[in-house]
Design a protein around this ligand. Structure first.
Ligand SMILES: C[S@@+](CC[C@H](N)C(=O)[O-])C[C@H]1O[C@@H](n2cnc3c(N)ncnc32)[C@H](O)[C@@H]1O
Length: 226
């Protein structure tokens, strides 16, 4: 599939991307702490798939040897690379590519991180993406996956979505508006936890830890089986 065609038009838009960090206001601290707790250390290689503007990649860089920040959007990647240059960070490489196209070079990775990006792929392709992630990792390596995944039954989804939309931001600059969340539901591929979790297992991972912050957001710490 053409990953860029499914990447979300806004992520390819040079007028949208400069406002992304303010809009997302992502604090990477919780994820950095979780990765350190999962064993991340100074000799490790980490791949961030769908790295966006690099908020996580830059935050984690001081704690590992090599960070490979991969994204299909040239606009996102350009902003990430600008930040890397401005902050003179030597161990973050921005690489154009996607879940289905990134070709890992060199020693296998110790960690793969991905936040709010896998839902750009339909389930058929998610399963292949997860298998490709497993192939990038050393045995025992960790895949830390955060995404918008529905933790409910189909009969509950209307209420779950209504509750989610009710909490949407009023202004697009400050967060995701109702119209943007509706676009997510209509055109992107967030799936159910009870579909994604078996896909993770089929790719050769053991789900070591699951965190569900709401019926919409799930975080998985997955260990590649030997
Ligand atoms: C919502 S943003 C999240 C960015 C970043 N991970 C964060 O948490 O701020 C989704 C990112 O995934 C990227 N993306 C979309 N489809 C992708 C794919 N198939 N492979 C890699 N990246 C993809 C988009 O270009 C965008 O940068």
């Amino acid at each position: 599939m053409d990953e860029r065609a499914y990447a979300g038009n806004e992520h390819l838009d040079p007028t949208y991307v400069p406002g992304y960090d303010r809009k997302a206001s992502t604090d990477p601290t919780e994820d950095v702490t979780a990765l350190v707790a999962a064993g991340l250390h100074a000799t490790h290689t980490l791949i961030d798939l769908g790295a966006g503007t690099g908020t996580f990649a830059l935050a984690v860089a001081p704690l590992c040897r090599r960070v490979i920040a991969v994204d299909v959007s040239p606009v996102m990647l350009a902003l990430l690379q600008q930040k890397v240059a401005a902050q003179q960070i030597a161990n973050v490489e921005g690489v154009p590519g996607g879940f289905l196209t990134y070709q890992h070079q060199g020693e296998l990775a110790d960690f793969v991180y991905s936040r709010h990006a896998l839902h750009h792929l339909p389930d058929f392709w998610k399963a292949l993406a997860l298998q490709r992630i497993a192939a990038m990792l050393k045995p025992g390596g960790v895949c830390y996956l955060r995404d918008l995944v529905f933790a409910c039954e189909p009969g509950e989804i209307a209420q779950v979505i209504a509750d989610w939309l009710a909490g949407a931001a009023a202004q697009a600059a400050d967060g995701w508006t109702r119209a943007e969340l509706e676009t997510h539901i209509r055109t992107e591929y967030s799936t159910y936890t009870w579909l994604l979790e078996p896909m993770i297992a089929h790719a050769g991972f053991q789900i070591h830890h699951t965190q569900r912050d709401s019926p919409i957001y799930a975080t998985y710490t997955c260990i590649k089986k030997a």
